[in-house]
Design a protein around this ligand. Structure first.
Ligand SMILES: [Zn+2]
Length: 160
């Protein structure tokens, strides 16, 4: 079997289109989920919902904007009203952060781009914000914000 997109395995879902895991589809909308560490989910969930996080299961995020499911595992899911803070892939408002480690929102990226910034570093410099912590812990996908940050810069450059 050939996987073109990523890791084949029991623990990790391939993000490249091969369907190694059947349970990684959102129970609400059917969108393929992105695996997220339980440690990250534990920090994003509202306190009262943390006890429902099941240690033995793999969790995925549904990144489809209109779907209410934020995280799901086989047989259970957490919806937008069960998490705290802003989830960038569910909410496209300007104040929602895109770079979680610096706390930089869409609006701030837009302003920086309008002032000539073209790269992540230029945007970070422009906002004069300080690094607050690790993206891995604050970003609801539990990984670096580089990709979505770059996409957001591109989006506003096109709109300019
Ligand atoms: Zn969904």
């Amino acid at each position: 079997m050939i996987c073109l997109g990523g890791t084949i395995g029991v623990k990790y879902a391939c993000l490249g289109g091969c369907n190694m895991k059947s349970e990684n589809k959102c129970p609400e909308c059917g969108t393929k989920g992105i695996e997220v560490e339980k440690e990250t989910i534990g920090k994003i969930l509202k306190k009262r919902n943390r006890k429902y996080l099941q240690k033995k299961k793999d969790y995925f995020a549904c990144t489809k904007k209109v779907c209410k499911v934020v995280y799901f595992c086989e047989g259970d899911h957490f919806d937008t009203d069960e998490v705290k803070g802003f989830i960038w892939f569910k909410d496209d408002a300007g104040h929602v952060p895109i770079c979680y480690c610096y706390g930089i929102s869409r609006q701030e990226i837009q302003r920086a781009v309008e002032n000539g910034c073209k790269t992540i570093n230029e945007v970070r410099k422009f906002t004069k914000k300080k690094k607050t912590g690790k993206c891995k812990k604050k970003n609801p996908l539990g990984k670096s914000c580089t990709k979505v940050f770059e996409e957001t810069i591109e989006l506003y450059r096109k709109k300019k």
